[in-house]
Design a protein around this ligand. Structure first.
Ligand SMILES: C[S@@+](CC[C@H](N)C(=O)[O-])C[C@H]1O[C@@H](n2cnc3c(N)ncnc32)[C@H](O)[C@@H]1O
Length: 367
């Protein structure tokens, strides 16, 4: 089967690398924020359960061209949805549209939704239930100009980036999937020491510890509603994945200037079932001595003003330049406020979108 996976805009290469590691299968970029790979039902579970950079795992049903909404209806109507959905399940269609059309995403959802109902009724005599708020299964449609794809969302209502450990809510939290991508860029492995000197609620440290210990995602994936999959085989695989979870304490440290955030990071870390050392610090003053530094400083939007952020960046980069580390990865929406230092070499610069906010990831090494 063809599998599509949504990911952080700008981090597709790292997600493709992750897919290859988890399933052994090559992945390619479909477009920004979306990659594709091939696989079987076990791969659907592996990617939902163990991927850290992916948002959603979709099982492709159809990919085609079309020229009008009624043609889209006809193509969707030709799919036998009774082979995918059991009659007791509710469904919803969610559509995204890119290009200039004389219809809206809502119209796509309505037409394809009707096509699903009609196809199901003609195959089984049964009218499938629509539930727009809390469907058991989401059918995703993406229209790009005159092409479309239609897929079953095997992840479900909540994207994989919603991690269940977030009991403390920071005002400017990092997307955990993006945090994972920063860790990949940092070349951190469990044997190296890691420091996040502005850790907030601890996302980067927690993601590192979860990754190194093989701790999986939530488990409540929509694929458990898809009865055409072999659940007995999937449950065996689940047991095998759970059996390799470790609970090792690694050299991971996080610090923040705020006691409140440190306390919150500790709560999140405990909930995540991992161990991280936290302490209060001023990241412009403590020695940043660690093999790897990964950091998400304030952008001056939700936390701190632009002027303060400029001063903070200047002092932080000074401190970075005099500290002892191998590789540092920083993410900011204000890279122009980061001063250049002669003994810091920028080895990579990536553009990413964090929600609607364009951000830059800077990867640095020492000269
Ligand atoms: C964008 S937030 C980090 C959010 C974090 N990545 C998360 O997911 O929760 C930036 C953090 O930097 C901290 N901070 C600001 N100035 C600092 C300084 N001089 N030293 C240490 N931490 C600082 C803030 O308290 C804030 O929690």
């Amino acid at each position: 089967m063809e599998i599509l996976a949504t990911t952080v805009w700008g981090m597709e290469r790292l997600s493709m690398e992750e897919v290859k590691e988890l399933t052994g299968r090559a992945a390619e970029m479909e477009h920004k924020g979306l990659i594709r790979t091939s696989g079987n039902e076990e791969d659907l579970l592996v990617l939902n359960h163990l991927s850290r950079s992916l948002h959603r795992i979709l099982m492709l049903i159809m990919r085609d061209e079309f020229s009008s909404l009624s043609e889209l209806y006809d193509k969707a109507r030709a799919i036998d949805f009774s082979s995918y959905l059991a009659p007791e399940l509710s469904f919803a269609v969610r559509a995204e549209r890119i290009g200039s059309h004389n219809f809206r995403s809502m119209d796509i959802e309505r037409e394809v939704g009707q096509a699903v109902i009609d196809s199901y009724r003609s195959a089984t005599g049964f009218r499938l239930r629509v539930n727009l708020d809390d469907p058991d299964v989401i059918i995703r449609v993406e229209v790009r100009h005159n092409t479309f794809w239609l897929a079953l969302d095997t992840t479900g209502k909540d994207s994989l980036y919603k991690r269940s450990y977030r009991v403390y809510k920071h005002p400017a939290p990092l997307n955990p999937c993006l945090a994972h991508c920063l860790l990949r860029l940092s070349k951190w492995t469990g044997s190296k020491s890691l420091l996040d000197p502005m850790c907030g609620s601890g996302t980067i440290c927690i993601e590192a510890a979860r990754w190194a210990n093989g701790i999986p995602n939530r488990g409540d994936y929509a694929l458990w509603h898809l009865t055409f999959l072999n659940h007995q085989r999937l449950k065996h695989l689940l047991v095998a994945m759970e059996s390799v979870i470790r609970h090792e304490k690694l050299k991971i440290r996080g610090c923040d200037i705020s006691d409140k955030h440190i306390e919150g990071a500790r709560r999140n870390t405990e909930r995540a079932g991992v161990m991280v050392d936290y302490f209060r610090c001023d990241a412009t003053k403590i020695p940043l001595d660690s093999d790897v530094i990964v950091c998400n400083p304030p952008y001056g939007l939700r936390v701190g003003s632009r002027r303060k952020v400029k001063r903070l960046y200047a002092a932080f980069i000074e401190n970075l330049a005099r500290s002892d580390w191998e590789r540092a990865v920083l993410i900011t929406s204000n890279p122009q406020l980061m001063p250049v230092k002669s003994n810091l070499v920028e080895v990579q610069r990536l553009a990413v979108m964090y929600g609607n906010l364009p951000c830059t990831v800077l990867v640095m090494e020492r000269a």
